[in-house]
Design a protein around this ligand. Structure first.
Ligand code: BGP
Length: 476
């Protein structure tokens, strides 16, 4: 008997701004993602004021899924996908974000895309906001610093929930909403459209923006359920468990605090309340945040139906004796390398057991069904003399993670809805803004310099994943 139920959602995951291109097609507005530069391990991504030719490549062009979606979906069907996770580009629906009426051509694009998927019995799984928003909301309103963003987001959510109520059942509100908790510049502007100013306290700004996003998410959950009670609406958290570096209790406490600091969004979205330690922290820091009693009621009434999460790697942390007791640890401070694990070319720790650990952690803490909506191995792929890519390393990574997923379900009794490996078709990397960090089972001919035919091809992992889905995870 198979570990997974017969309706287990085997799929693949992408995000609008990392694959669609067509940045000005069908009345689309400029999104925050369109004006981001590329970067690498040394050079972080930046935003430019508007599109500067040659600088913002390749985000706004990506792999032109906008122009290729029919052929691509056909290929997804051949791969055997039961579901396809993508996001709706907010700027196709409300080009500036603050208009009264939505853009019909944008709505039509997703109607056509969802129809195409459903034609092949591929269930769409939709994220409302995946690291982007209308750029106008950043320049005119300061991004999620501003309470007005709640209304703009809710209006957008309502329009798409209504329009696609009979085509889409599975939704998520904000992608990796917690990846701004590390207070890194990248996390803050991709999630919240915020560039912290020199006179601002980044931590305070993050908590305020995060609160508005949590309220917007909870309102969207309530509205979605009113529109169609069958909707399943989840949160989406970036999961990277933090382990203690040694057996020292101080390291254990430090690791626990890092987890708390990274998953308060989970507490708010799944339990409908702020955790006690964070309320005390707000008081002690005199943040004086704009959090009303009405907001807290909204959060309580808008808890999610399931936990969507990404999992790539784990982390290790060490206590620092010079730190004050109430120091809040952004995850990456005092991080140490795990000597037990190998790393990818980008330094991401490969830790399949960490996935089982994470599934247990979420399940025990929130008692909700889980959906692994991102997992995968970013690598430089090389073609052989026949132009084929033998990506054994990718299959190996995915296989080892699926094995742990099975243990979590079989042995630990975790309720798992589905699994959608990230970037199963090559796309633009969110971290680098470039093409050559590839996750795909489907190759796309385009390189970091923007050259290429955009032709799609099958890597070895294509046939392998097909067989995994066909055997419902038995044949790995
Ligand atoms: C997650 C994002 C994705 C994605 C992925 C891989 O954080 O939700 O958008 O890109 O990570 O990251 P990267 O593209 O930097 O390798």
């Amino acid at each position: 008997m198979s570990t997974f139920s017969k309706d287990f959602l085997w799929g693949g995951a992408v995000a609008a701004h990392q694959l669609e291109g067509g940045w000005q097609a069908g009345g689309k507005g400029v999104s925050l993602a369109d004006v981001m530069t590329a970067g690498d391990n040394e050079t972080p991504r930046e935003i430019t004021d508007g599109i500067i030719p040659g600088k913002n490549y390749p985000n706004h062009e990506a792999i032109d899924f906008y122009g290729h979606y029919k052929d691509d979906v056909k290929l997804f069907a051949e791969l055997g996908l039961k579901c396809f996770r993508t996001s709706i580009a907010w700027t196709r629906i409300f080009p500036n974000g603050d208009e009264d009426e939505p853009n019909e051509a944008g709505l039509k694009f997703y109607d056509d895309l969802f129809d195409e998927l459903l034609k092949y019995n591929i269930e769409p799984v939709i994220t409302l906001s995946h690291f982007e928003m209308p750029y106008h909301l950043v320049t005119e309103y300061g991004g999620w610093r501003n309470r007005k963003l709640i209304d703009f987001f809710v209006k957008f959510a309502k329009v798409v929930f209504k329009r696609y109520q009979n085509k889409v059942k599975y939704w998520m509100t904000f992608n990796e909403i917690n990846n701004q908790t590390g207070l890194n510049k990248w996390g803050l502007f991709t999630n919240s459209g915020i560039l912290v100013q020199p006179d601002e306290d980044a931590e305070k700004v993050m908590y305020q923006a995060g609160h508005y996003e949590a309220v917007a998410s909870a309102l969207a959950v309530q509205i979605g359920h009113q529109i169609n009670p069958k909707f399943q609406i989840g949160c989406m958290l970036a999961m990277g468990p933090t382990y203690a570096a040694t057996t020292s209790p101080k390291d254990a406490m430090k690791a626990e605090r890092a987890m708390q600091a990274n998953y308060w969004f989970g507490d708010v979205q799944c339990k409908g309340r702020y955790p006690g330690w964070l309320k005390r922290y707000f008081e002690r820091k005199n943040f004086d945040l704009d959090i009303t009693l009405e907001d807290l009621d909204v959060i309580k009434a808008g808890t999610v139906d399931y936990i969507g999460f990404s999992y790539y790697a784990s982390h290790v942390i060490k206590a620092d004796d010079n730190e004050p007791e109430d120091y809040m640890t952004p995850l990456h401070n005092h991080e140490v390398k795990n000597p037990a694990l190998e790393r990818s070319d980008w330094g991401w720790e490969i830790d399949p057991v960490g996935l089982r650990y994470s599934m247990n952690w979420f399940s025990d803490r929130y008692d909700l069904p889980l959906f692994i909506v991102e997992n995968g191995f970013g690598a430089f792929d090389k073609k052989d003399e026949n132009g084929q890519i033998h990506d054994d390393y990718r299959m190996d990574y995915l296989r080892r993670h699926i094995e742990q997923m099975k243990l979590a379900v079989d042995v630990d009794g975790v309720d798992l809805m589905g699994y959608t490996p990230w970037g199963f078709i090559d796309l633009v990397s969110a971290g680098t803004g470039q093409m050559d960090k590839r996750y795909g089972m489907i190759y796309v001919d385009k390189n970091d310099a923007g050259e290429g035919t955009l032709k799609r091809g099958k890597k070895d992992s294509f046939a392998w994943y097909h067989q995994v889905i066909e055997s419902n995870g038995e044949n790995l």
